[in-house]
Ligand binder design. Structure first.
Ligand code: PHE
Length: 367
């Protein structure tokens, strides 16, 4: 079989091999396609092969283009062969495309998946300093009783640190040997680093109507040389309750509750007379030793006495109420102040206050 005007047709397109026998050309295309398709290993390659096998320049394209020139008698047979070839080649291409797409998908899943069993890059997580943890714990105990949390400046007027708290100008704690002054000399305008958190009592009462129930955690400063029990910068928590009918029993009951919450339900407290300028009467509060349960000789916490000294407290001096504009005939109150470092040391058996400022991770990570 041959195309009648084959010579004419191919003259201008000498790059195309003349299709001498369309049927055998199509058969060859059919038989060569499986190997060609199998040899392709990418979707891009397959797209190129598709145009090679089915495009204008392919054997199929060539036959299709010349259909019109065929002898009408041969056309149905060649047409059928052409369809068969197209179907076979298309089926092979489609099957291979599905394979390659599956491979691609598999590769993407492998490349993009995360191995959740791999050791992650982590940074060691820190924790709150024991001092902050202790503050939080004490504050929580009082907040649960309805107290509010107050704060005030660390650089304080001497007025709030001393005078408003009934501390006379001759009191020894006002000397530069005890107190760090930022501005010293003019008694009306002296600025110092507060020596306790008590000035916040006066500041709060000046700004708020009674009743008052506050706790005041914060830093305090004293001219102390560092040793096992002293730091020039340390922490206190102040407490103040002022209301119409507050008595010494309320103070004792409140502090007993605190001791039992902080040191354990078996705790008891005792009060020893003491003196503070801003409370009258004043006391020091001891808590029963939680480590030895009462007077074990050489106990590491109480030293054998059975009691641990904890804080200073007392009934708010009427002069303090007056200084802030409260009426001492209507109101009474109690106040207490505790050292946070001391609380933490007693509770955790820490033998020197230096540990709190050394920043030794081996100490810090124990809490
Ligand atoms: N401010 C006192 C101190 O620093 C403690 C204290 C507070 C005592 C409140 C009585 C009442 O030692």
């Amino acid at each position: 079989m041959s195309f009648p005007n084959e010579q004419v047709e191919t003259q201008g397109r000498s790059n195309l091999p003349p299709v001498v026998d369309p049927i055998s050309a199509l058969d060859r295309a059919i038989s060569e396609t499986p190997a060609a398709v199998a040899a392709v290993d990418s979707l891009e390659g397959l797209a190129m092969l598709e145009s090679t096998l089915l495009g204008k320049e392919s054997a199929l394209g060539e036959v299709r283009r010349r259909m019109g020139q065929l002898d009408p008698v041969d056309r149905p047979k060649i047409g059928a062969k052409l369809n068969e070839a197209a179907e076979v080649i298309n089926a092979l291409l489609t099957a291979r495309r599905a394979e390659l797409e599956a491979e691609d998908e598999g590769r993407r899943v492998r490349e993009e998946s995360i191995d959740v069993t791999l050791q992650a890059i982590t940074f060691p997580s820190g924790s709150l300093h024991l001092i902050q943890q202790t503050i939080d714990e004490v504050v929580d105990i009082f907040v649960a009783l309805g107290y509010r949390v107050a704060s005030g400046p660390e650089a304080e007027l001497a007025w709030y640190n001393f005078d408003a708290l009934n501390t006379p100008s001759t009191h020894p704690s006002r000397l530069e040997s005890d107190t760090m002054y930022l501005d010293w000399g003019d008694p009306d305008d002296e600025v110092l680093l507060r020596t306790h958190t008590s000035p916040v009592q006066a500041r709060w009462m000046e700004q708020h109507e009674p009743p008052v129930y506050i706790v005041v955690p914060g830093r305090s400063y004293r001219t102390d040389t560092i040793d096992a029990t002293h730091l020039p910068v340390f922490h206190q928590i102040e407490g103040l309750a002022v209301d119409t009918d507050i008595n010494f029993g309320d103070l004792r009951g409140t502090l007993l509750h605190f001791a039992r919450e902080f040191f354990g339900p078996q705790s008891t407290v005792r009060m020893r007379p003491h003196f503070f300028p801003f409370t009258e009467p004043s006391a020091e509060l001891d808590v029963s030793c939680f480590a030895c349960d009462g007077g074990e000789p050489g106990c590491r916490v109480c030293g054998g006495s059975g009691w641990v000294e904890l804080l200073g407290c007392g009934m708010v001096d009427p002069n303090v109420l007056e200084a802030v504009g409260y009426d001492p005939a209507q109101l009474t109150g109690f106040a207490f102040g505790m050292g946070v470092e001391r609380l933490a040391m007693v509770r955790h058996g820490i033998e020197t206050v230096r540990h709190f400022i050394d920043n030794d991770i081996r100490f810090l990570e124990q809490f």
